[in-house]
Design a protein around this ligand. Structure first.
Ligand code: KIV
Ligand code: NA
Length: 263
């Protein structure tokens, strides 16, 4: 595929073409996913759970994300490389910038941070200094202890309105993209229509500009509890190439996520 850029992702949203994203943690899978046409490779802090066996993302360190980002960047040719900033590494704009620089130097093209309006100053600070930022709203796993578990967010009118206001503030601050996790389909649709930047859903319904899954979930190799939004794309396939290609095709033609994966 052609090099995936932020303008290309914006154009995809404007044209109504779905964006495909998967988490990726090493060079071999980066090469495979890129070859299969996955447009964005996310070095998620989910690596703490799926690679390292932790029960939350909180203990993941910047050095760990940087290590996996370097590996992904080496295997990748044309996908956009997005790296998660771990818990506690973006408490203020200067700290966020210093840490984001390390991930960009490791090969990221964009960094992702979890949270709402309180991050607007940080998004502006990073964006002005040439660090593209992806926001993350809805179920934000780094806040699991505040949320009281991995629960669907934005179910009440108040929380839905707050999420929309947060999304608009982060976009105005310069965010390039936003991940929406575990929110009702209707809210995913409304946020996507409200924004010019692309929305990438995981349990946020079929109307987002694109979709993301954790690769271990897509391959059916994660031993833990499966969230409603997970689909094992190895079912009926005989190779990992075929499963990843089936995911890309299903996102592009709108058949994933189906109603059974949505809230
Ligand atoms: O860490 C991760 O894998 C993520 C995705 C679930 C969006 O943040
Ligand atoms: Na994450």
């Amino acid at each position: 595929q052609k090099a995936v850029t932020i303008p290309a992702l914006n154009a995809r949203k404007a044209a109504g073409d779905k964006i495909t994203m998967l988490t990726c943690y090493d060079a071999s899978f980066a090469s495979l996913m890129d070859r299969c046409g996955v447009e964005v490779l996310l070095i998620g802090d989910s690596l703490g759970m799926v690679c390292n066996g932790l029960d939350s993302t909180l203990p993941v360190t910047l050095d760990e994300v940087a290590y996996h980002t370097k590996a992904v960047a080496r295997g990748n040719k044309s996908a956009l490389v997005l790296a998660d900033m771990p818990f506690g590494t973006y408490a203020n704009p200067q700290q966020a910038f210093d840490n984001a620089v390390k991930l960009m130097q490791a090969g990221a093209h964009m960094v992702k941070i979890e949270g709402g309006a309180w991050l607007a100053d940080t998004v502006k600070f990073l964006t002005e200094r040439s660090v593209p930022v992806c926001a993350h709203l809805g179920l934000t796993p780094q806040s699991v202890h505040q949320l009281g578990g991995y629960k669907v967010q934005g179910k009440t009118t108040e929380s839905a309105d707050l999420l929309k206001a947060d999304a608009l503030k982060l976009q105005a601050a310069g965010a390039a993209m936003v991940v929406l996790e575990a929110i009702p389909t209707q809210l995913g649709k409304e946020v996507t229509e409200l924004l010019t930047m692309p929305t990438i859903g995981i349990g946020a319904g079929p109307d987002c500009s694109g979709q993301v899954l954790v690769m271990h979930d897509l391959l059916g190799v994660f031993p833990g509890r499966k969230a409603r939004f997970v689909k094992n794309f190895m079912d009926g396939q005989t190779s990992i190439d075929a499963a990843v290609s089936a995911y890309v095709a299903a996102v592009k033609d709108g058949s994933f996520p189906a109603q059974e994966h949505c809230f």
